[in-house]
Design a protein around this ligand. Structure first.
Ligand code: MG
Length: 257
């Protein structure tokens, strides 16, 4: 057999083997049965906590929260009618526990009698990770933007001064509203440099307003965002210094990822 005929023989044999292997492929070849995903019972009503959630506020007390100014002191916002209301004299409050990656559900209500304009109208905020060294973090804005214009990268549903919401899904003042958040915390190298940026997906009242947005850093009022190394962090609720009527929160739960 010369070399050319030998090569043709090899190629033909390979084709036959391949065809046979494909004939023998079964559906089972691409099906796997373990590891089995954990069963989680969904809440009865949309927004109700599922069975594996950490309840951060169930309407009864602020046991899961502390004052940001003084972490030894309990959060002293008002609790009534299954809701907590911002107490501006107390300042920001934050969770006792720290988190890394999570899914968060939180509901808020701007009072029906809200006054003020632009940023001074029901301003609060959810710091998805509050810095351990004091002020700052990554703020998902809470504000009344139902017919209240402001800079768009500072309106409700924005990642403050970085990313305006994809749409304005605000309900009227006086109505309860929700945020559902998927937060992927930033990661840092030993030397403090950024390994991977934070990412966030947000639904406001069930409507997508942030789609896997990659944060440029923290969300300062003045200046550019930047990253500074931190680990697991609490979630903080803002008591903003504007003069408008304080807003309320309720039904706060989280699933660690
Ligand atoms: Mg704010």
């Amino acid at each position: 057999m010369n070399r050319k005929r030998w090569m043709i023989g090899v190629i033909l044999s390979a084709m036959v083997i391949t065809a046979t292997a494909q004939e023998k492929a079964k559906p089972e070849d691409t099906e796997y049965w373990t590891p089995v995903p954990k069963v989680v019972t969904p809440g009865k009503v949309l927004g109700d906590a599922p069975s594996d959630a950490i309840i951060l506020f169930d309407g009864k007390n602020l046991d899961q929260w502390v004052a940001t100014k003084d972490s030894a002191s309990n959060a002293k916002w008002k609790v009534a009618d299954k809701a907590m209301t911002v107490e501006k004299s107390v300042g920001d409050i934050q969770t006792k526990r720290s988190f890394t990656d999570y899914q968060l559900h939180i509901e808020y209500r701007i009072p029906a009698n809200i006054t003020g304009t632009s940023q001074a109208r029901g301003n609060s905020g959810i710091f998805l990770a509050a810095f351990p060294w004091g002020a700052g973090g990554y703020e998902l804005q809470v504000l009344d933007n139902y017919n209240n214009p402001t800079y768009v990268n500072g309106q409700a549903g924005s990642i403050y001064k970085q990313s305006p919401p994809l749409v304005n899904a605000c309900r009227k003042p006086g109505e309860w509203q929700s945020y559902d958040v998927v937060w992927t915390a930033p990661r840092f190298n030993e030397d403090g440099s950024l390994k991977s940026p934070a990412r966030v997906t947000v639904l406001q009242n069930g409507v997508l307003v942030q789609n896997n947005f990659e944060l440029k850093g923290d969300t300062p009022y003045i200046g550019q965002p930047s990253y500074k190394k931190h680990g697991a962090a609490p979630i903080k609720l803002q008591a903003h210094g504007d003069k408008s009527e304080p807003i309320s929160y309720r039904n706060i739960w989280l699933r660690e990822l």
